[in-house]
Ligand binder design. Sequence first.
Ligand code: SF4
Ligand SMILES: [Zn+2]
Ligand SMILES: [Zn+2]
Length: 307
Amino acid sequence: MRCTKCGRRAVINLRAHRLALCERHFVERFLEVVERAIRRYSLMSRSSRVLVAVSGGKDSLALWDALTELGYRADGLYIDLGIRRQNYSRISKEKAEAFAEQRGLRLRVFNLKEEHGFAVPELRRGSREVCSVCGIVKRHVMNRVALEGSYHVLATGHNLDDEASVLLSNLLRWNLELLARQGPRAEAWHPKLLPKVKPLCLLTEKETATYALVRGIDYVYELECPFSAGATSIAMKEALNRIEEHSPGTKLYFYTQFLRHRTAFAGERPSAEAVECKNCGLPASGEVCSFCRLLLKSRLRGEKGDN
Ligand code: SF4
Ligand SMILES: [Zn+2]
Ligand SMILES: [Zn+2]
């Protein structure tokens, strides 16, 4: 397979775009698409101070690399969730640290257990799944670190496959509230919240993996978070991949057309009230935010969970 642009050996075949690209032209295009998403969806400006949430996986490290290549001022944040099974947290942290060190970038590390006395698996109780607890923790910590560090925007490595699978899941359940909220930029609804952006939203998982490979990024390759097995998003991704195989380009069309028409769901957004958690001072939907509620409950129980 040869590069459509220069005839050199191609590293990727993008059937959705009828393009085969060599290393150089693929990297060029990847960066162009990131920049296009940033401009089209007003994700950030040239002067923005960006905090990239890095997990040690391909998407977040590819995003950090791409933003840096494009000249954005981006630091990284690694949240050590304390997942000890298969040494997941230790290995992913090492990857994030090595990446930052090799490129002379600033990585902030937040260790949940050291800061609050509990790792994510120890905060789970009852019917709450680990991933739902983990989501609450990550949202809280990302926002807090970004706020304290005076960043303007928080960036995550969600790619097109992630976004399209969430969209499909929300549509299958006709979850109008979540549909109204979905998109590449989530606005801050309180002065103590930061906007969250997804600059990789127009690039597939295959493209971010190829970018990471071509750019020599060493990421957590074979190791998935042990709690990710059986997640609904995996079933949604598999379904979308089958459709994409049959009709290349469907994923991108599905997502971008949703973004064009999503104002149709705008009325479903609940009006957010500006309440501050009486424990940590960050925005909350009640007196105490969900993160502090998790901690308080775990302290009251005074026992450790399965890690
Ligand atoms: S799979 Fe679940 S527990 Fe693991 S990092 Fe993701 S959200 Fe957290
Ligand atoms: Zn080429
Ligand atoms: Zn709180």
